[in-house]
Design a protein around this ligand. Structure first.
Ligand SMILES: Cc1ncc(COP(=O)(O)O)c(C=O)c1O
Length: 435
């Protein structure tokens, strides 16, 4: 890797300088964005290989281009590893990211105007679950479900059932990007069965925790399809993945639209329906990441992610912060900044940027503030756990967060916290970045 970067320094010093700048930013600071992580050196190496040169439209053994001696076994290995990780019949490893993975599933099953039941955005759902600003929301009818009790995070399953029946939902979507609790997949599946809908889970955030068997797997509750990103808790390269149960048949031939044929409907939706050639360098990196996630050490990592999140949530609450649902069962938490600090999430994000802690503002349930300056701030522990931090360091970081925000007018205090953060960051190297 080092020699490649050295060549870049000569051939394109401008880009080289930006890469070096980003390396320093990552090394010197703390990454608490819940959707980010640091990939291993092996994943980085696979990403930067000659597989990027190759066109492979189609699927293993069924391509529209020649020269697939190494891409076919590579994609087959990725599929095998993904199926083993998530215990399902079929995996499509080609989605370019999480959003295209969701779109490909919608198009595999829905007709224009059909209803999808997704989690309300301010309660933790994702943009791709039907935000009015997305093109999908112009085509399909997205209807919302919410928490019944924002203090515990319990979903209103009765309301979910009522709304699913009323709107004749075709997909019941269980998934989130800012919800700190576990979903009751059995209840979602019960509703899906009652209305004859596909039970779909978007596990983009928690895929690594499910692969490590720390959190529940929707397939164990009869779910038909699961989408995910590969770059969050799963700790792979940026990308998407679609997993499903059912009969796997030739993806180049059309099949009847029924739940049994979902794997093939999805394959045909990804290609040729929605995407062109897969990014084989990215699939190589996904394959390496899946291999890493199958190893026992990954379970230890995933367990520590959750322990660290619980420790951080516990300390923040001890310091007087109000958290959405009063804690966490996964890797993330959402602080109600208005109640905790008297300022909105955008302000808190900015203050933390100043001291070297990267976070992301977030809405809180039924937020009255707008999404670009919402009431909350989302924090997560996957990245700092990869760097080797345990509860002791995480609790200290929680204290610095509160100290920095409460003393935001005091420049000397801000400088002192920034120095402490730099010192601790340098003790925990980022994989692939030299000290
Ligand atoms: C639940 C969920 N689904 C889908 C996505 C979209 O993934 P991507 O940004 O890779 O398109 C995200 C991203 O944050 C997510 O949290």
């Amino acid at each position: 890797m080092a020699s490649k970067v050295f060549k870049l320094e000569k051939s394109d010093p401008k880009v080289y300088k930006l890469i070096k700048g980003e390396e320093t930013r990552q090394k010197n600071g703390m990454e608490l964005i819940a959707s980010e992580n640091y990939v291993s050196e092996a994943v980085l190496e696979a990403l930067g290989t000659v597989f990027t040169n190759k066109y492979s439209e189609g699927y293993p053994g069924k391509r529209y281009y020649g020269g697939q001696d190494f891409t076919d076994p590579l994609e087959s290995l990725a599929i095998e590893r993904a199926k083993k990780l998530f215990n399902c019949d079929h995996a499509n490893v080609q989605p370019l990211s999480g959003a295209p993975a969701n779109v490909a599933v919608y198009f595999s099953w829905l007709e224009p105007g059909d209803t999808v039941l997704g989690m309300d955005l301010t309660h933790g759902g994702h943009l791709t679950h039907g935000s009015p600003v997305t093109y999908m929301a112009k085509l399909f009818n997205f209807v919302r479900y919410k928490m019944k009790d924002v203090e515990t995070g319990e979903i209103d399953y009765e309301e979910l059932k009522k709304v699913a029946k009323k709107n004749k939902a075709k997909i019941i979507l269980a998934g989130f990007s800012a919800y700190p609790r576990e979903l009751d997949y059995a209840k979602f599946k019960e509703v899906a069965d009652e209305v004859g809908a596909v039970a779909m889970a978007d596990i983009a955030h928690i895929a690594g925790l499910i692969a490590a068997k720390i959190l529940k797997n929707p397939f164990d509750f009869g779910f038909h399809v699961v989408t995910t990103t590969t770059h969050k808790t799963l700790r792979g390269p940026r990308g998407g993945l679609i997993l499903s149960k059912g009969k796997v048949s030739n993806p180049l031939k059309s099949v009847e639209k029924n739940i049994e044929n979902l794997p093939t409907l999805i394959d045909r939706s990804v290609f040729p329906g929605f995407q062109g050639g897969p990014h084989m360098n990215n699939i190589a990196a996904k394959t390496v990441a899946f291999g890493e996630a199958l190893k026992p050490q990954f379970k230890v990592y995933a367990r520590q992610v959750v322990k660290n999140a619980k420790a951080m949530a516990g300390e923040l609450m001890k310091q007087g912060c109000k958290l959405v649902t009063n804690g966490t069962d996964n890797h993330l938490m959402v602080i109600d900044c208005v109640k905790s600090f008297g300022v909105n999430g955008r302000e808190v994000e900015k203050i933390l940027d100043l001291v070297g802690i990267t976070t992301s503002k977030s809405t809180i349930p039924d937020d009255i503030l707008p999404p670009y300056a919402p009431s909350g701030l989302r924090l997560g522990t996957p990245a700092m756990t990869t760097r080797g931090m345990k509860e002791k360091e995480i609790i200290q970081i929680a204290r610095w967060i509160v100290e920095a925000v409460n003393n935001r007018e005091n420049l000397r205090m801000i400088r002192r916290v920034k120095k402490s953060i730099l010192e601790m960051s340098l003790q925990f190297p980022v994989p692939g970045i030299s000290k």
